[in-house]
Design a binder for this molecule. Structure first.
Ligand SMILES: *[C@@H]1O[C@H](CO)[C@@H](O)[C@H](O)[C@H]1NC(C)=O
Ligand SMILES: *[C@@H]1O[C@H](CO)[C@@H](O)[C@H](O)[C@H]1NC(C)=O
Ligand SMILES: [Cu+2]
Length: 182
């Protein structure tokens, strides 16, 4: 009994370490890459965004001269209309790091008059991890063919970790696999 409790404690600890590692390991994306957040050079932020696979936990960095620009998160309708009369949030440091915490569209525009209309707007769309199609991170072939549970992608790592806990040896096997594969 004591051994089981101790094992469970270790499992919880490892799961927490694993979750912490995954959460703290979000990718950092600088909007516009070297151009940054600007209206100079007609940066195509739509094209910039569609070539990325954003995930929950990723960090979006807006780098710009705060004398000339800012960052406002807006709704869909406001994004389409470049309406900045009631933004969800406003950032003005010139080096704003925004952590993406939810799935779906995160819409940002520059609130300086004319800039959004000139194309200074970006749609950070975080797709829900597909349940059947393998995610890029799960393409490592499993060394144990009898384990049918798919390898966790970054976003579902924590629930799977919790799920594996009551399953004794299988749970441990999954935990060890996870720790070695990722
Ligand atoms: C801008 O958005 C606000 C709030 O979302 C709305 O009340 C207002 O009518 C909008 N203005 C325009 C010009 O669409
Ligand atoms: C923005 O902040 C990051 C760290 O938060 C730093 O590495 C980077 O140099 C900063 N960029 C500018 C232009 O200050
Ligand atoms: Cu601007």
């Amino acid at each position: 009994m004591a051994l089981i409790l101790e094992n469970r404690g270790v499992a919880i600890f490892l799961c927490l370490m694993f979750a912490w590692f995954k959460v703290s390991n979000g990718d950092v994306y600088k909007v516009g890459d070297s151009a940054g957040w600007t209206i100079i050079g007609n940066v195509d932020y739509k094209q910039w965004a569609v070539t990325k696979t954003f995930q929950v936990g990723d960090i979006i960095v807006f780098e710009y001269n705060p004398q000339f620009h800012n960052v406002m998160q807006v709704t869909h309708a406001e994004y389409r209309a470049c309406n900045v009369s009631s933004p969800i949030s406003t950032h003005t440091t010139g080096n704003d790091s925004i952590t993406i915490e939810t799935y779906g569209h995160h819409l940002f525009v520059c609130g300086v008059p004319g800039h959004c209309q000139a194309g200074q707007k970006v749609d950070i769309n975080v797709l829900r991890a597909p349940s059947l199609a393998p995610s890029p991170s799960s393409e490592v072939p499993s060394p144990v063919p009898t384990v049918t549970v798919p390898a966790p992608s970054r976003s579902d790592a924590v629930p799977l970790c919790a799920l594996s806990m009551p399953f004794g040896k299988l749970g441990w096997l999954l935990l060890v696999l996870k720790l070695f594969l990722f």
